[in-house]
Write a protein that binds this ligand. Structure first.
Ligand SMILES: *[C@@H]1O[C@H](CO)[C@@H](O)[C@H](O)[C@H]1NC(C)=O
Length: 443
């Protein structure tokens, strides 16, 4: 949080405050990295080869890519998915009522749609262009059969698209940003990220611009009727939120059982908020930590909701706190008491890289760590050892060979995000430079 209020001050520690940078500064850092990349041809047409066939991970390599227990099943370049900028960002997935699996692949100039066939082959189906201009930031989440897409592009708003339109596609289609949308919500223009809280049919846009009036905090939109999204509330007390996970709480803190709780990653703190009443959300705690540089994202670890993993996006590059050696550092938080979360330890990756998004499924954290790719980390030991000493990497796929010679670099290149929720076990990995990878963990 960048702004303290009397209401939350009592429950707040400010260890990280002085160290953190603002989103504006972080965006500049990334854009500088990508400008150098662009100059060097990283986004040029035909810079990367199409993949002729799936390549299993054997003896630490799947074709050009370093790996361990993760097979490269299929791959499509950004240029093969209709992008003319050929630069990727976020990714999400959708499963139809009959079990067909689809991916939404973010690119600076739009969202490409793919189907992942039973044998793992990715098929390009078409794309929804950006609503306004191109932007490096495009983010999407799915609730039910609808996808909600936001972007940092000026005046973009929220695109609402019915994924069922993909069920009958036989040749790739460029969808219309007017007639093919179920709705377009314009209560905000640009946003940095989109959070979904399916249980309450709420989309939370975060990092919205000043005209949206939420100070970049949770801008909550009721999407019970996807054709008619309505603003339901705003959390501005903690200032800018970069990302969040919102759940109907079933954890150990009895005071909040059944409430809708958001864990917000607020640039230099973890903020925990009760958003049950959208019209007046309540901040329960705001907690900093040693090494805080840019508190970016995180995810609950266990069904019991006792532990949470948090990633800081700038501690590696800035060599701060536990990330001084630049190995990707994940912070472990005991959230048993929502009013007093405890930072109990850290986990460090064997590789040097910055961390971005991670999602925990069945005790495995799927970390998208920029230059070191997808890292699959077994975190089940947290139940008995909250220090993180028992955490082990169990598989990886490194989609960015350019930095392999130095065991990685703390730069904003390579992976943006992954989607590890398909019942088939296929994992999508969206690379900034190359395209979409379909992977399979074999451990
Ligand atoms: C995957 O399945 C599709 C559809 O049945 C088929 O056309 C394709 O050749 C298969 N690919 C591989 C690598 O087996």
């Amino acid at each position: 949080m960048k702004f303290s209020t009397a209401a939350v001050a009592a429950a707040t520690t400010f260890i990280g405050q002085a160290a953190a940078v603002s989103m504006a500064e972080l965006k500049q850092l990334k854009m500088a990295d990508w400008a150098v990349q662009k100059e060097a041809g990283a986004f040029d047409v035909d810079r990367y080869s199409a993949l002729a066939a799936g390549t299993p991970c054997v003896n630490g390599k799947a074709g050009d890519y370093k790996c361990n227990k993760v097979d490269l099943v299929s791959f499509l370049r950004h240029q093969d998915m209709g992008s003319s900028t050929r630069q990727g960002n976020d990714v999400w997935g959708w499963t139809s009522s009959t079990g067909r699996e689809f991916g939404a692949v973010g690119q600076t100039d739009g969202t490409a749609f793919i189907e992942i066939l039973k044998n793992g082959t990715a098929v390009y189906l078409g794309r929804l262009p950006t609503q306004t201009s191109s932007s490096s930031w495009r983010d999407m989440k799915v609730i039910g059969d609808f996808i909600y897409i936001g972007s940092e592009a000026s005046n973009h708003g929220l695109q609402v698209f019915d994924m069922k339109k993909l069920l009958t596609i036989t040749t790739p289609k460029v969808f219309s940003t007017s007639s093919d949308l179920t709705a377009r919500f314009t209560g905000f223009g640009n946003s940095h990220n989109i959070v979904a809280s399916p249980a309450s049919n709420t989309i939370m846009a975060v990092g919205t611009g000043s005209s949206a009036g939420c100070r970049g905090g949770l801008y909550m939109v009721d999407v019970s009727n996807p054709a008619s999204p309505k603003k339901s509330g705003c959390l501005s007390a903690g200032g800018y939120v970069h990302d969040a996970q919102c759940v109907i709480y079933t954890g150990p803190d009895s005071k909040y059982k059944g409430r809708e709780i958001c864990f917000n990653f607020n640039e230099d703190t973890l903020d925990i908020t009760d958003v049950t009443n959208k019209a007046s959300p309540v901040t329960i705690s705001s907690t900093g930590y040693t090494g805080a540089s840019y508190t970016h994202q995180g995810w609950l670890v266990d069904e019991e909701m006792r532990f949470l993993l948090l990633d800081d996006e700038l501690d590696e590059q800035n060599k701060k706190g536990p990330a001084a050696n630049q190995h990707t550092t994940t912070y472990i938080v005991d959230v048993t008491n929502l009013a007093k979360p405890l930072f109990t330890g850290t986990y460090q990756s064997p590789a040097v890289a910055i961390d971005h998004n991670q999602y925990v499924v069945n005790g495995l954290s799927y970390q998208a760590n920029y230059g070191s790719g997808l890292r699959i980390v077994d975190v089940r030991s947290l139940k008995t050892d909250p220090t993180g000493n028992g955490i082990r990497e169990v598989g990886y796929f490194d989609c960015y060979p350019e930095d392999d010679a130095t065991n990685g670099k703390a730069e904003f290149t390579g992976t943006w995000s992954s989607y590890p929720y398909f019942a088939s076990g296929y994992i999508l990995l969206n690379s900034i430079e190359r395209g979409i990878f379909v992977l399979k963990y074999t451990g």
